[in-house]
Design a protein around this ligand. Structure first.
Ligand SMILES: [Zn+2]
Length: 82
């Protein structure tokens, strides 16, 4: 069984290998140095346990972004459907 993700632009399930995960991390306002902000953005991830909202890029299909709600505790995609 291969992992799939539903792309509403392609109107169907696509293999997970067709997607690239994207995250736009929040950088604390307390960091004002541009180098520190870049390091925080690149390496300091929240690693939330529970439901998260993520952006995935459909590079194997429509070349558009989709928004996915995923529960990190069991790696279940809540929406869009899988
Ligand atoms: Zn697509």
């Amino acid at each position: 069984m291969s992992l799939t993700l539903y792309c509403h632009h392609c109107r169907g399930k696509r293999p997970l290998s067709d997607f690239v995960y994207g995250e736009i991390p929040k950088v604390p306002d307390s960091l004002t140095d541009p180098v520190e902000r870049d390091l925080d953005r690149g390496f300091m991830h929240d690693n939330v346990e529970g439901v998260v909202v993520e952006r995935w890029f459909c590079h194997g299909g429509c070349h558009r972004w989709i928004t996915v709600r995923r529960d990190t505790r069991n790696d279940t995609v809540l929406s869009p459907e899988t």
